[in-house]
Design a protein around this ligand. Sequence first.
Ligand SMILES: Nc1ncnc2c1ncn2[C@@H]1O[C@H](COP(=O)(O)OP(=O)(O)OP(=O)(O)O)[C@@H](O)[C@H]1O
Length: 336
Amino acid sequence: MGNDKINAPILTVENLGVRFSVKRGGTFGKRAFLYAVDDVSFSVNKGETLAIVGESGSGKTTAALAVARLVEAYTGHVNLDGHDILNMDGEDLRQARTKVQFIFQDPYSSLNPRQRAEDIVREPLDSLTDTTLSEQREIVDKLFSAVGLRPEQRRLFPHQFSGGQRQRIGIARALATQPELIICDEPVSALDVAVQAQILNLLRDLQTEFGLTYLFISHDLGVVQHMSDAIAVMYMGKIVEHADRLSLFNNPLHPYTAALLSAVPSVDSKRRAETKRILIPGDPPDPVNLPKGCRFANRCPVAQDICRQSEPELIDRGEGHRVACHLIDNTKTPLL
Ligand SMILES: Nc1ncnc2c1ncn2[C@@H]1O[C@H](COP(=O)(O)OP(=O)(O)OP(=O)(O)O)[C@@H](O)[C@H]1O
């Protein structure tokens, strides 16, 4: 959404897989793998926002952490600004990591309560760059102004700010080292609705001003509807649908996406009256003991035998609209 969109991917993720070894059934239980991220591929263009959406446990955060090598992937490729992230180590990896910064859900727990706001924002400059103290102070001044904090607030501690202001500190800290990619992990979920809108607007304005690239994680399609260029919907470790924002909102193909979207309140009253809430029955399957077919089949209102027998691949149905569903064809006719 930024001014300097050049449609070149800054991040390319191919066939990413992350699994955790977990113990089943009490102290003497056997160990088994939980496939938190399974064969996930996407790219993010410079200056744009890719939103990853899905309910709790779908693997959004784990995928993002793997991109920054904060959890280890067991398979796949991650290319960030020309760097083969999964095959780097030592100083090279440390340098490459400086190109990714995070904005977290809860600004209170992600900010050190004993540090003054100016030191929180300055910290990444100190640890990751060769700037002098006076250069760092100058950058901090500019960042405070860019995120809408007043100069006299620099010496305050996190508890002296409101939730929205604390998130502004988190945003300033993420911007400090001019990262290539900013991962926003549920950045407004802990905030009041009115404050959410302010922070989303700020993130969009900063993107336009500085040409930032965001990977934006949210459980709520409503939050990303004004915030994303493209959207990937995840369910149980897999991307089930991936398209540009308008295609996804105007023509959701996967039944899971359609259900998520039906829960988003529309500002358009005609559309609100027309949209029927699609409820998803049942619970997701056990992530350690996945069914052999489509992972959504046991909850899907239109599932057929084939859905329970074989896992659908994520297929491009035209113009980059990818969907993993046996029942969708190239006519792109929605099922719900
Ligand atoms: N360190 C870990 N050890 C074992 N299992 C894990 C670990 N981290 C995540 N998981 C599991 O991996 C799956 C994906 O979790 P993840 O946190 O990535 O999902 P999410 O979509 O980001 O959800 P949330 O919004 O709740 O964080 C879940 O089943 C979770 O329990």
